[in-house]
Design a protein around this ligand. Structure first.
Ligand SMILES: Cc1cc2nc3c(=O)[nH]c(=O)nc-3n(C[C@H](O)[C@H](O)[C@H](O)COP(=O)(O)OP(=O)(O)OC[C@H]3O[C@@H](n4cnc5c(N)ncnc54)[C@H](O)[C@@H]3O)c2cc1C
Length: 449
């Protein structure tokens, strides 16, 4: 039996293989604090050949390898389940912008914020945006097919992805980095690996399309009395504004948490039952048109508008949600999709379920209204009432929704995957897994039980 840590040190030198428990602590706990893991070491390869070497060493001793980017997963997807090696992609760097094709070739360890900083020099940005942008990496975003705020306008990460380089669990390197918008020459590795949560290969580089940085953004924060009212406003705004960039919602409890954490006063009369954030973005400033639209809409109780740099303050009410909720305890994050028209009935069902059967639990709802994506955040869930997650997922499944809208299955939902994927579906996925990672060394315990 090989000593994996020894083999890695021989290949990469001692300084690249971290075993110090204090330094590793951050890699062994997830962002929410809910999941903890163990690992022999953290290794940080700097190029695909080093990644290939890590996989070879792991294969020779059947050691588990868990991929980790920015470790911002909200489902424990980057926290090792049963020891092994953590392969951090943070040193897989490099950004090349191709202005002819308006695409970027990006190392898997580059953060979203770094990509946007570089792309902005050319008047471009990545079409997907999320609040974890300073830590979330392109490798992690592709691996989870991250969604975020602008899916309503540009689609999710899969829609931006046109090339990939990865080391599969077999140790083979696959590479489609030419940046071709059209390439139908056989199986598309980018599509196969996107959303596979590190279970098939380690992504080392990606090619993504970029979109123009809008000249102006116009933002409205709107008070409404119900989720149904918010949905009606979004439906009308979609028809009225061709460049609707975001349609987000928050509920009263989440807004109160943000107010407390940020010591910030709600900018309208009083904190409403629900708030809606709308953004339009493009060449023209649309703040007057947005104001007129909201003035004339019967579902609007109150609204405040801002534009360009001044709109950032309004975004805090939405972007501050995750951190504000975590400041109240360790949340269970149930990121689900529901057909948009059924969202109010679903939220009412969850609220009634909690009141009747789980009175200790607090629920905070926010999310991407335009995509039917609700983040159900549950506080005070412990061993005594943990079945609440399963009950909610079962209702999502029976409503024709998905138990994971954008965060993935990770560790948090492995036992519930069969609620929305059939046995044939799962066994076909496992056949792909068996072909590309025959020793099952990649991300064990994540996505599949
Ligand atoms: C405040 C906050 C807000 C968020 N908002 C959103 C949001 O709006 N939309 C959204 O979709 N998500 C959101 N997230 C979740 C998270 O940011 C995304 O899932 C993101 O894509 C994870 O990127 P990461 O680099 O941190 O990946 P990690 O957390 O490190 O890993 C995520 C998964 O990808 C795998 N992985 C990582 N790197 C690689 C690689 N190089 N090769 C193969 N597999 C790899 C890991 O094994 C794991 O399964 C949010 C998180 C936070 C903390």
């Amino acid at each position: 039996m090989h000593d994996v840590v020894d083999d890695l040190r021989k290949s990469f030198g001692s300084s690249s293989v971290v075993t110090d428990p204090e330094i590793m602590a951050g890699n062994l706990t997830d962002w929410t604090g809910r999941f903890r893991g163990e690992a022999l070491c953290v290794v940080r390869p700097v190029n695909p050949w080093q990644v290939q070497r890590v996989i070879e060493i792991a294969r020779s001793s059947r050691t588990a390898v868990t991929s980790q980017g920015g470790n911002t997963s909200l489902v424990g997807g980057a926290t090792p389940v049963n020891g092994g090696v953590i392969l951090s992609s943070q040193l897989l760097q490099g950004i090349e912008i191709d202005m002819h094709s308006q695409i970027a070739k990006v190392g898997a360890g580059v953060t979203l914020a770094e990509l946007n900083r570089k792309a902005r020099e050319s008047g471009l940005r990545f079409g997907v945006d999320l609040a974890a942008r300073d830590s979330a990496t392109l490798g992690g975003m592709v691996s989870t097919n991250a969604g975020g705020m602008h899916v309503i306008r540009h689609g999710g990460t899969r829609q931006q992805l046109i090339g990939i380089e990865a080391i599969l669990g077999t140790g083979q390197l696959v590479s489609r980095l030419e940046g071709l918008y059209k390439d139908n020459s056989g199986y598309d590795w980018a599509s196969i690996l996107c959303g596979s949560e590190g279970t098939l290969g380690v992504i080392t580089k990606v090619v993504v399309r970029l979109v123009p940085v809008p000249k102006h953004t116009s933002v409205a924060l709107v008070s409404v009395s119900s989720l149904a009212a918010a949905i009606r406003i979004v439906s009308d705004a979609r028809r009225r504004f061709a460049y609707l960039d975001a349609a987000e919602f928050m509920n009263k409890t989440g807004l109160e948490y943000v107010e407390t954490l940020h010591d910030k006063r709600w900018p309208l009369r009083e904190i409403p039952e629900y708030a809606l954030l709308l953004e339009t973005a493009g060449e023209e400033l649309e703040v007057d048109q947005l104001a007129e639209f909201l003035d004339n809409h019967e579902d609007v109780d109150d609204a405040v508008l801002a534009y360009d740099a001044r709109a950032e303050g309004l975004w805090t009410w939405r972007e501050g949600q995750s951190v504000a909720i975590s400041s109240q305890g360790i949340p269970h994050k149930l990121d689900v999709t529901i057909p948009i028209g059924e969202m109010p009935a679903f939220v009412a069902y969850v609220s009634e379920l909690i009141e009747a059967e789980y009175p200790a639990v607090h629920a905070v709802f926010f999310g991407h209204l335009g995509d039917g994506n609700i983040h159900v955040n549950l506080l005070n869930v412990d061993d005594g009432n943990a079945e609440i997650d399963h009950e909610i997922f079962a209702t999502v499944a029976s409503s024709g929704g998905s138990i994971s809208a954008e965060h993935g299955i990770g560790r948090a939902k492995v036992h519930d995957l069969s609620l929305t994927r059939s046995p044939q579906d799962i066994s076909s996925m496992l056949s792909i897994k068996k072909a590309l990672d025959p020793m099952r060394i990649l991300n064990p315990g994540i996505l599949f039980d």
